[in-house]
Design a protein around this ligand. Structure first.
Ligand SMILES: *Cc1c(COP(=O)(O)O)cnc(C)c1O
Length: 371
């Protein structure tokens, strides 16, 4: 196998699901977001692990991700979180997926497809209470429900909304959304319309807004052991599941003034020991970490020198004793007493931990361990 791979600890993932369970109690359902190849961790293994640990529903971004889960033999409910185009309704019904509905056209297409297949299709209505992405406006809900009430192959299983700033220190905006969503739900129920499952909370809201737990929560990030905001680790025990590993493939001593890599952006000031690591931006390891990022070798930090290439990069190991070809290199994760978190890398690249793990390329093998 390639000496560069991502090691995924399924024990950590199950432990994170159990943490969420203890946070929300036994009556609230847990939908785990496994979109984007389970945030880069691998769809099949993660889906099976979270279901075994007590998750009730899987959340995917679009139809194909749902089909992939069904083809793996997964029978659990699967909610498509995006707004699908009406022409895909037939496939949604065929694969027994639950659709997010916020347009009349999709509702009609789903009902027609379900009638044609002699089945019923479960749907969740999406309400936009302040995310500004997809969803019906709060004032449109009742007339929308009125308009789709004739579609008797449609089963309204849930109503939900989403928070854009549940991770932010200021709570005002999110509290306003929780209140407006609560009013919508009350209004629907006051009309005698049954909605079994209301839901709103992503990872950040699960920790910070117990009032938003409702009938179901929708954690993604925290299931992978990543922090939805600074200090989240103080409130809940999250275990990072992913370690990005490689091995030293070449070593050399260079004289002062030697240039390293494309663009000659690093020139050794003195005689240095330089290790080459077979990882690059082609693996999803961001080039903006050039001359900024660090890796762990023999429990110590080594600085990336020169521009990161597509498949390789160089690090300065002058200060680390005894480095050899074949030594383990940790790009994300821990080694000895040192740790490089996805959050640290995200800060250096001016992005978020979500993007760091999602960016991991398909050519990086995922290796599963359980500890
Ligand atoms: C991805 C997603 C989630 C999970 O969000 P995290 O911040 O990763 O917990 C929840 N709800 C919706 C609608 C999503 O798209």
């Amino acid at each position: 196998m390639r000496p560069t791979y991502a090691e995924i600890n399924l024990g950590a993932i199950r432990s994170n699901v159990r943490e969420v369970r203890s946070e929300v109690g036994s009556l609230t359902r847990i939908l785990v977001a496994v979109k984007a190849n389970a945030y880069g961790h691998g769809l099949e293994q993660v889906a099976q692990a979270v279901l075994r640990a007590g998750a009730n529903v899987l959340g995917v971004a679009f139809l194909e991700e749902g089909i992939e889960l069904r083809r793996l033999g997964i029978g659990a409910p699967i909610l498509i979180l995006g707004s699908e185009l009406p022409e895909r309704a037939d496939e949604i019904v065929r694969w027994g997926l639950t659709a997010t509905v916020c347009t009349h056209e999709l509702a009609v297409a789903l009902s027609t497809a379900a009638r044609g297949q002699h089945r019923r299709v479960q749907v969740h209505l999406k309400v936009d209470t302040g995310m500004g992405r997809i969803g019906l406006k709060t004032g449109e809900i009742l007339s929308f429900l009125e308009a789709i009430s004739e579609l008797d192959h449609l089963v309204l299983e849930g109503v939900y909304t989403h928070f854009p700033v549940a991770d932010a220190y200021n709570e005002r905006y999110t509290l306003g959304q929780i209140r407006r969503f609560g009013e919508v739900v009350r209004k629907i129920r006051a009309h005698g319309i049954c909605i079994p499952i209301t839901h709103a909370a992503n990872s950040a809201a699960i920790i910070r807004y117990p009032d938003a737990h409702m009938d179901m929560v929708r954690p993604g990030l925290m299931i992978y052991g990543l922090k939805p905001f600074r200090g989240a680790g103080l409130q809940i025990q999250l275990k990072p599941a992913l370690t990005l590993k490689s091995h030293v493939c070449f070593l050399k001593t260079v004289r002062a003034k030697t240039a390293i890599g494309y663009g000659r952006t690093f020139i050794a000031k003195k005689q240095s020991r330089i290790a080459t690591i077979p990882v690059g931006y082609g693996d999803g390891y961001r080039r903006s970490l050039s001359n900024r990022g660090q890796v762990l070798i023999r429990g110590k930090r080594a600085r990336i020198v020169g521009n990161i290439c597509m498949d390789q990069m160089m690090v300065d190991v002058t200060q680390i004793k005894g480095v050899r070809v074949g030594d383990e290199v940790i790009l994300i994760g821990e080694q000895g007493t040192e740790r490089i978190s996805a959050e640290e890398i995200a800060r250096l690249c001016s992005t978020i931990n979500y993007e760091v793990v999602c960016a991991l390329a398909q050519r990086v093998p995922r290796v599963y361990v359980d500890r």
